[in-house]
Design a protein around this ligand. Sequence first.
Ligand SMILES: Cc1cc2nc3c(=O)[nH]c(=O)nc-3n(C[C@H](O)[C@H](O)[C@H](O)COP(=O)(O)OP(=O)(O)OC[C@H]3O[C@@H](n4cnc5c(N)ncnc54)[C@H](O)[C@@H]3O)c2cc1C
Length: 430
Amino acid sequence: MISITFNFSNLNCFELQTSSDIVIVGGGLGGLLCGALLAKEGKKVVVLEKNKQLGGSLQSFGVDGKLFESAVHYMGSLQKGQTLFKIFNYLDIIDSISLKRLDLDCFDQIIFGNKSYALAQGYENFIETLSVDFPHQRENLVNYIREIKTVCSHFPLYNMRMGSLSEKLKVTHFSLKEKMEALISDNDLRQILVGNHLLYAGNYESTPFYIHALIENSYIESSWKCQMGSIQIAKCLQEIIHQNGGQVLRNKQVTNMVEQNGKLDHVETSDNETYFAKQFISNVHPAYTYAMLDSKMVKPITKKRIQATPNTPAALMINISLHPESILYRNHNIYLHKQTNVWLDFQQPNDENPNSFGIFFYQDAQHPKYARGLSILTYMAGETFREWEHTFHTTTSGQKRDMAYEKRRRHSQAVSSTRFQAYCRGCRKL
Ligand SMILES: Cc1cc2nc3c(=O)[nH]c(=O)nc-3n(C[C@H](O)[C@H](O)[C@H](O)COP(=O)(O)OP(=O)(O)OC[C@H]3O[C@@H](n4cnc5c(N)ncnc54)[C@H](O)[C@@H]3O)c2cc1C
């Protein structure tokens, strides 16, 4: 999220005509959460979302009358006293979201071939569970958890307190590889500890350790599923903005963010509307934000650098609606690596035969022992769909992608599904 602030001294007549304090570009989790917090603090907020559907990656959708998640299959730190609990509690939405806690002794199961390991909730439980298989690494696990906690303590907002950038800078320069190799001497255990890197599209050499630490820490604290779909959260946040006099406007694609006299003045949307505000927050990808920024204050070289920054690999999600009572429900997630090298998909990208899969289960309310559906996540090269990067298929755009796209999409799904079926057949044995 990029926050663009400016000084208030030069209010001109345009700004006086507008009623909003803050315009937020993008109605994903970041934009909506920010909007809800600011609205609750008395700010007049307008959120502009380009799609008809709110939530960005925080969306749920129906297939065969069954609910599936676009991305957010589980969340961390929602136990009383933990950070996300505090935020949701402050917003008074904690009771409006139906949460189910994942298994205490295993929120993520990491599988390599025939071997299976559990990542457990609670720091002690996490250490003790892995120490059963790696007794000689117990002390290292203690140090690993200590390091995770230390790194997290340097992020003020993560701990709901004020602080400074310099605090974070003390812990942000280590790579995942550097830290893991310094902390854990057993290669198998190192692989297990990063076995759920699909969560952050991690790359061993270039992903900073702090990304791993912040994410793992929240799940080790406590792990939860949204039973009625994560879209519940987006709806609750939208409601708070509305209740506090703000607006969440859909089908509003921001095309320009315009600076005047050294400060951001207004944004323009593709339907030729203009939104003035005292402050603007962009919750869209930095490269797109800089591309929209019509300002002499940002040097072309800065724009170029931001736009040239490589993205993480893309993901392919396959959602499967299951026949009743066909696959047992697991109250945890599975990260399956066919070969004992969790980085294989990065070292030898192979869309036709991925090595790593994240598997997320949906419980069948009628037959709670069984799953009603599965979501399967794998990496894929963004290049695979590069020729369609400027095409869209949304209700707002009204366009459809060509047949070649459909053919490629179906091929990718079929290939990954076939590779995955071998696992499904053995599923009941696990
Ligand atoms: C495959 C996958 C799985 C994940 N699994 C999990 C998980 O299990 N648990 C978890 O906690 N997190 C998970 N995440 C991460 C989580 O989904 C994201 O961190 C979070 O949803 C990001 O929210 P955001 O608001 O920053 O961005 P986004 O969700 O990308 O929101 C950006 C919004 O801006 C809108 N927008 C873009 N351009 C414009 C424009 N020009 N004008 C107006 N609007 C615009 C977009 O339409 C979108 O709605 C996952 C992410 C992915 C991709």
